[in-house]
Design a protein around this ligand. Structure first.
Ligand code: ARG
Length: 573
């Protein structure tokens, strides 16, 4: 079967025609094919305008010459030249029928693997040890996991790494505090309370503060007893994180943990390399790099502190080491960091320094995201003003979802409980994924769990409905023949054939919301089809089978799409 999407199919032919008619050599991207916003037109090619300029010929003339040279092989009708020189394509019904039938039998639903697989180090989740994960880490986990799934599906190798904040000065006070707790009671039930208590003692008890500072030195010099206590803190925290990952269905495991401590052995060499390359300066006793072009409001250059005055290393040094490790030691061609937007400048400076140092030649990107806001428009907190515990939030989601599910469900109690989990967790994840990630969004249960609109619940219901139709029909029909005669059948087939375009757009821009929007539109298109075209009671057996096949392809598209977002799609709600 062909594994090129419609855009590629058209692009290939348009480029060939341009070559024949105008003696130019173009890449398929340069055909500038896109979905047409106009009614009755499926695609347009926009190359004639730029090509006209380059060749010094009127774009409409260029468009006409390309049209005359086009060999469309039955994909589309000969295009109409419109406006300044758009080529307007209408796909042929028989071609759509054949292509839909081909896609139906393909486990990848017609989506090709990338021709240029890359090795992508993906930093996501990355919470801090001895602190509760907060909604920002939730967003990083959810977006990062969706990107991991999308990138893998596209055919790239993904190297996930969870950059735990597990090192640095706070660990002095945390370790001392843990040592003060009687050993029988060392399990930490509440990470935030534990952290606050340690901080309180550090601020109010001079003797404790001194012990804590000495403990940092012991930790960094590798003292075994200290490391053992530190390990307890890491293990306790990791248990909490894993609990959240399990609830969420996040695919990170312990082997993906590359905390800040992991890079400790590399830090001295990082400083050496930077010094040898002449990139460092001493400022206030600290070894610093001043990447070009970064200044504060007063116009002073901004430093990346590589080694502090006391000889210690901080967040920036570790991130320099991280780049060096994943590129040089692990062969990553791309580095992605799914971290909140407030850290944009940090990453820009790190990338700049690493390029100068020669550790970074490929693609590096901070995949930033906005803040999750409470109803008051401020960073989400509990009523008492504390950060919300994710475990509580997710439990609440499942409780609320159970109410929504109970309104309609025909399942027994156990079935409903399982579905409530899929719906509640799905709603939280979809809220993180469905908006442009750069933007802040307000966390609101009623909107997240609305049965209409662009929500995961809506998609889960749409998916369950397609499965229910197929169940009632006694399963999927054999054969693959598709008929697209009714006005509501063609748009559904075309929408389903455009799954690959949506995946491409979402994957290339690290923008899962593009896939969300597509799935929502596909579900709406199916719903229109279902309103207009009887499926189980179609007028002829051929039509019934064809419509059941369209229903199957819709079901599989929604299921695969949701799975690439990390959202469950139960067959029945
Ligand atoms: N632990 C950090 C935080 O909670 C995020 C780390 C992100 N990754 C990185 N390589 N800096 O803010």
């Amino acid at each position: 079967m062909h594994t090129a999407d419609v855009t590629e199919e058209l692009a290939r032919r348009v480029v060939a025609a341009a070559g024949r008619a105008l003696d130019v050599e173009l890449t398929p991207e340069q055909a500038l094919i896109q979905a047409s916003p106009r009614d009755g037109v499926d695609y347009q090619a926009n190359l004639a305008m730029s090509l006209g300029k380059k060749l010094g010929r009127p774009p409409r003339e260029v468009a006409t010459l390309i049209t005359e040279a086009l060999k469309l092989d039955g994909i589309a009708e000969a295009p109409e030249v419109a406006g300044p020189g758009f080529l307007n394509f209408v796909l042929r019904k028989d071609w759509l029928e054949t292509r839909t039938a081909e896609v139906l039998g393909d486990p990848r639903l017609g989506v090709p693997q990338t021709a240029g697989p890359r090795t992508i180090a993906l930093d996501y989740s990355s919470p801090n040890v001895a602190k509760e994960m907060h909604v920002g880490h939730l967003r990083s986990s959810v977006i990062g996991d969706a990107l991991a799934r999308l990138l893998r599906f596209a055919g790239h190798e993904v190297l996930p790494h969870n950059h735990l904040g597990d090192w640095g000065t706070p660990f002095g006070m945390l370790i001392e505090h843990l040592l003060d707790v009687p050993s029988g009671e060392r399990a930490i039930a509440d990470l935030d309370a534990f952290y606050r208590e340690a901080r309180r003692k550090f601020d109010s008890d001079e003797a404790f503060a001194t012990r804590a500072r000495n403990r940092v030195v012991l930790l960094q010099s590798g003292d075994e007893e200290t490391l053992a206590v530190w390990q307890t803190l890491v293990d306790e925290s990791t248990r909490h994180f894993n609990e959240v990952y399990a609830l969420l269905g996040i695919s990170l495991t312990d082997k993906d943990i590359y905390g800040e401590s992991f890079y400790n052995p590399y830090l001295a060499a990082v400083v050496d390399d930077l010094e040898t390359a002449g990139l460092t300066e001493i400022s206030d006793g600290a070894v610093c790099v001043f990447p070009e072009g970064f200044r504060n409001r007063d116009g002073d250059r901004l430093p990346l502190i590589v080694r502090k005055r006391d000889g210690g290393y901080g967040y920036a040094a570790t991130d320099l080491a991280t780049v060096r490790y994943w590129t040089a030691e692990r062969g990553a061609t791309d580095l992605l960091y799914v971290v909140g937007s407030p850290q944009a400048q940090h990453f820009a400076m790190v990338f700049s320094a690493c390029r100068k140092a020669g550790w970074l030649t490929g693609h590096a990107e901070h995949v930033g995201f906005g803040t999750v806001l409470g109803a008051d428009g401020k960073t989400m907190r509990t009523r008492a003003g504390e950060t919300i515990k994710l475990v509580d939030l997710l439990t609440e989601a499942v409780t609320q979802a159970a109410v929504v599910v109970a309104e309609r469900s025909e399942l027994d109690a156990a079935g409903q409980a399982e579905v409530a989990r899929a719906v509640g967790i799905g709603a939280v994840k979809y809220a993180d994924l469905s908006g442009d990630r750069e933007r802040d969004y307000v966390f609101a249960w009623d909107r997240m769990l609305a049965k209409e609109g662009n929500t995961s619940v809506y998609l889960q219901y749409a998916h369950a409905r397609t499965r229910s139709i197929l169940r009632k029909a006694g399963g999927e029909p054999e054969g693959t023949r598709i008929l697209l005669d009714e006005p509501a059948e063609r748009p559904l087939a075309l929408k389903l054939l455009r799954f690959g375009e949506a995946l491409d757009a979402a994957t290339n821009a690290y923008a899962p919301h593009k896939l969300c929007t597509y799935l929502y539109e596909a579900a709406v298109t199916f719903s229109r089809f279902y309103d207009d075209c009887p499926v189980l009671k179609a007028p002829t057996p051929e039509l019934r089978a064809s419509r059941l096949r369209l229903t199957t392809l819709t079901a599989n598209t929604l299921a695969l799409g949701l799975s690439l977002l990390g959202i469950a799609a139960p067959d029945q709600l």
